[in-house]
Design a protein around this ligand. Sequence first.
Ligand SMILES: Nc1nc2c(c(=O)[nH]1)N[C@H]1C(S)=C(S)[C@@H](COP(=O)(O)O)O[C@H]1N2
Ligand SMILES: [Mo]
Length: 415
Amino acid sequence: MRAGDEGEADLTDEATYESVRSPSRRGLLRLSAGVGLTAGLSAFGGRPVAAATGIVKPLPPELFIEHGTNAEMRWEAMRGQGYLTPADRFFVRNHVATPLLDARTWRLRLWGTGLRGSPAEDRPLEFSYADLRRFPAETITSFIECTGNGRGSYASQQGQEVSGTGWRLGAAGVAQWRGVRLSAVLRRAGITREAVDIMPRGLDADFVDKGENLGRVRRPLPVAKAMKDALLAYEMNGAPLPPDHGHPVRLVVPSWVGIASIKWLGDIQVADEPLFSPWNTRYYKLFGPSYPEEGSPPLTRMNVKSAFELPWDAVLPGRPHVLHGRSWSGNGRVRRVEVSADGGRTWRRARLQDRHPNPRGWVRWELPWRPPRPGRYELLARATDETGATQPATVPYNTFGYLFGAVVRHPVTIA
Ligand SMILES: Nc1nc2c(c(=O)[nH]1)N[C@H]1C(S)=C(S)[C@@H](COP(=O)(O)O)O[C@H]1N2
Ligand SMILES: [Mo]
């Protein structure tokens, strides 16, 4: 595969072409000033289709639930799939619209006081896409999960009103990511011992929250995590990164809150002092009566979660079933999954299908179930990870509804 050719392969696909949306085009026009742009309008015939989401890929209703600029995967779409979440059904979480960038003119810019010689923002070190592809490649399998995944359950299970997208559990997916270790690029760029934080920033348009322009999406990451296992990814599941997932290059920060995995990466500030942005001060911290006035520390690892590969409010025939699901944790491997079909009175151990689960991915599980009689049921799944962390019955409220790690009560009807 030749560097630089990849983006076009996706974008000439008829379905993708048809679904290109006007908000994306706005992002594209805005970026045409300084940053590498796609063949752009010509690649799309100059007449992108208007739509509300700003997402490029098709969002068929059997695979997705749309939430404004975001799209959640329906969990039944994982039934019969292998270990990985195919890109066509991987959730999309966009603060603004997907920009269309051209790998051929794209550059990654590194600057700041944590690099030798302290290159200034307007005189950065630059790496082209081809430069990155010349580094040794590495492949990792890792989940990306939105910090607010499961948020809808604060209202539906705990009666609490929280702000943000009311996701069920479909704001998570596992993919195989191929790219370059961030540590290799930071070393090549001359990272110093004094460096403490990096701040990766996306090339999507400025994020405006209730009229206030907060600039481009960017979130500080401690150098220790950056050097440990973060990846500059240019492929997802063996294909070039699709536009909605960060084409041409995104960061993948395994096990951490999804906001750390900055898409459409444009530049990285490397600093010898702590860095701040709204995404580690105002958002992605826990606020509320259970937390300090200034909020919890910025969130890092995701918590333990489980999901059934069933439609929400599924209607199932009254014969025996095999229930399928997946569980994952930002702390490492899931060791045990229990399922209850009687509201949590009795629990049965599910069979784990992945013998040596990937600590950064999920584990698939199954359990036979014979529904006793027709009617409404709530199916519960509770996972425990290798650190002993498990899913409680309830979680403390926080204003943004982050990290809903409690057992989710999945409604089904037996006909
Ligand atoms: N540049 C940029 N990067 C971003 C975002 C964004 O809006 N802009 N959203 C973040 C959030 S909140 C999440 S959960 C993940 C979602 O990744 P996905 O859309 O590939 O599933 O991307 C993160 N990276
Ligand atoms: Mo997110």
